[in-house]
Structures are given as C-alpha cells and as structure tokens.
Design a protein around this ligand. Sequence first.
Ligand code: ATP
Ligand code: MG
Length: 457
Amino acid sequence: MEESAHPAPRISIRQVSKIFGRHPSRALQQLREGRGKAEVQRDTGVVVGVYDVSFDILPGEIFVIMGLSGSGKSTLLRLINRLHDPTRGSILVDGEHVTTMGARALRQLRRSKFGMVFQSFALLPHRTVLGNVEFGLEIQGERKARRVERAMQVIETVGLAGCEGSYVSQLSGGMRQRVGLARALAADPEILLMDEAFSALDPLIRGQLQDDLLEIQEKLGKTIVFVSHDLDEAIKIGSRIAIVRDGRLVQVGTPREILASPVDDYVSAFVEGADRTKVLTAEQIMQPLRVSAHPKDSPRALLRKMERSGFGGLVVVDNARRVQGYVDLAQASAQRDRDVLDRATWRAQPTAGTDAKLADLIQRMHAEGSPLAILDARERVVGVVDKNTLLAALAQGDTHGPPHEPAPAGDGAAPAAAPGAPAQGEPAQGEPARGAEPAVVTESLPARAGIIEGRQP
Ligand SMILES: Nc1ncnc2c1ncn2[C@@H]1O[C@H](COP(=O)(O)OP(=O)(O)OP(=O)(O)O)[C@@H](O)[C@H]1O
Ligand SMILES: [Mg+2]
C-alpha cells in the first residue's frame, strides 16, 4: 500500500511560502538564514504562515497535515486551492499550475476538483439536510431534479439516509459534520480538503466518522488532504502524515515511518502519545516459525518434537504451508500407539493476517486464549505471535528490524520465565530447515491463558 511505485502526483507543492504582512522579502531572507518564526515576526512585523514547504500528494491518498496550533496547517491547506496566494513557490494540481491561474480558470478548478469540509459546519440552519447538500450544486446551476438525485445519493453515502428532511438545527454535531461532508461530496470533487473536520466531535462520534471516511475513501477513491492536530487520528486515517512546525515542514512519512523514526524532538513529542497498537502489524512483530506438526506425523514423532521444543502443542502445517489445526500434548500422548494422529482430535488454530494491527491481535489472543498463526495474503503461514511477542512489541515499540530474539522456552516444567516463548533454534530431527517448510510454534505447556492479564505495567 505505502511503498508502491509512485504514480504522478495529484498535488505538488514546490518551495511554497506564505508570509502574512507587507514587504515579505526581509522576512524571507531571515528565514533562509535559519531564523525562527517568532524572531522574524519580532524583527520584521510579518507573520510567517508557511515557509519553504515542498511535498507531493498522490492520487487516492489520505494525506494528513499535523502540527501544533499556529504551525501553519490551515494556511497550507488553503494554499492548495489558492484560498491563500503563496508569497513564493508554486502549486500544481494534476500538473496544472494553480499559482499562475487566472480568476476564471481558478473558479472552474475549485468547482470541478475541490471539495472543502471545515470544523465549523458552515451549514444553512434554515434549510433541510437535503437543502444544504444540494446547495453547492444549486450555485453551479444544476437542474433541480438532477440536484436532488445527486444529493440523495451522497446523503446515503455519508449514512444520513432518512434524515434528508430534517433541519440542521435538529441534528447532532456528528450528523452535522456528515451533512458538511455530503455537501462537499455532492459535486463529486476529486480532492477533498478537510480542516479539523472532526475535531469538535466527541471521541466516539469522531471515531465513527473516521471509519466512515475510510470507507467512503475506499469506495470513491478521492484524494483527501486532512488537517488534524491529533496523532491518533492521523495514524488511523493517514496514508502519509506531514508534520509542520512554525511554518516549516519537519517530516513527511507513513504513520509507521514517523512512529519508528521521528526526526526531532518536536515529532517525538507527538509520537510519544501515540497508540502503537494501532500502527504495528503482525508482520512487524511476529516471530519466525520454528517447529510445527505435519499432518502425517505419528503421535510419537509429535511427542518428540514437543519434548525437544518444550511446547505443549504444535500447529499442524501441510506442505503448502497452510494451517490445518493444532495438536496438543494430551492428544498426542493418548494416541501414542497409532500411526497417525486422528484428525478429529485436532483443534482449531486461530490465525491472523500479516497486516492485522497489534490492537486486533491483542483482542484476538484474549478471545482465543492461545497464540496466533500469522498468514500471508495467500493464506500461508509465515509466523507466529504469542503473548511474549506482544509484550516485547509493546515494551520496545521498535518497528524496525527483526523482532526480539525469542527467549528460551525451558522444558515446560520451568514455565515462569517465559511462558509461551518459542524454543531456541535447534530444529527437531527430521524437521525441515527454516524457510523450506516453516514451522509454527505455539504455547509451551504451562501457560495458556492470561495473555492480556499477563501484560506488565
Ligand atoms: N489571514 C491571516 N492573516 C495573518 N496571519 C495569519 C492569517 N492566517 C493565519 N495567520 C497566521 O499564520 C500562522 C499559521 O496559521 P494557521 O491558521 O495556518 O495555523 P494552524 O496550524 O491551522 O493552527 P490551528 O491548529 O490553531 O488551526 C499563525 O501564526 C497565524 O496567526
Ligand atoms: Mg487551523
């Protein structure tokens, strides 16, 4: 999703500065020399909105602009459709120079390509939901029948079907924000500019609107530039995040990149409060597969594998690396005189995808009470996540490089140190080499429950 080859940018921002106040040259000179916004303002009397910012926004992205109050987020957003004229630099939308466009072309561009949603709903209180949503189309001179048809469509899209006849004053904040979104979507703009659109809402409603925005985005494939001061929101909805400080761009990257390697203390300060469980994925934290059961293993072979590895059960993985189930020590013991283990006694092995978020993994493991086999897009086992993996990920918060080295598992009789940890290297006899046919390790004998409860402070 994020590291794919880049298509042509939808929006290009090239060395853009916006200085509020007259005679910006001296201020720009001082900024070039590395002086800060406050100093420049003291010295020259102008306000630095944005200084020397460059980045591209790709089609289909939700690009989040973040920063403290006064850092220049709204200014940056408004430069994109030239609600602000840049003092320096240029902005291209689909390859067209917005900066040099004549008034008429600009009006046309704004109308055809951009939709805006603000924190203040800016709705017409004496109009119904339908009346508000069709307002933009009305201004554009759209026929009534077509207007209503289109408005009803987007009202449905934002989850307000049935409310079209309500007056705005009768709606909750969340619903009003949906009306604002529907109004922006009505003209079917390719680019949505959203300035703190959800910031005024309480957390629950806000979360719902974020989910809905993601869904709408998935369906409609818009390019969205979203201003926020909330990192959790940025992480949740952002394909990429730009962080601005005192008008300067500090860092641009995917949520993961920013969390993993904040470029300075300012970004670190944002990142510290972030919820890693919403960013880290199974792929980043899982452990490699070391020992597994094969469907044709005899119970005795399974017992040997369990004994050697110290695990009280093994995931059954076939030659195509697909998970078939889970066998435990009790079953293997009970059937030790059979040639193969009775399939009917295999248990279900819970699985999760490589892109599952840490938060979901925690929930799943809590519900299942056992480790998870991690599957790739083709449903092949690629790793395992157990309680220790989760703890390590939460504690270290390291999103780079290999996960922690697995702790020694002990022999199942000495559980306390690392319950559920996989065995150290040493594949069992006849065990395929790592990578050839991967093995899934599950829990060691003593520890089964308590995945969440075991979480250390
Ligand atoms: N029209 C204007 N005239 C003068 N100064 C302005 C104007 N608009 C913004 N500024 C200044 O530019 C700087 C950036 O403001 P901007 O509104 O972009 O910040 P922001 O990051 O959106 O902040 P907030 O989170 O409070 O909305 C601020 O110092 C602000 O005072
Ligand atoms: Mg703002």
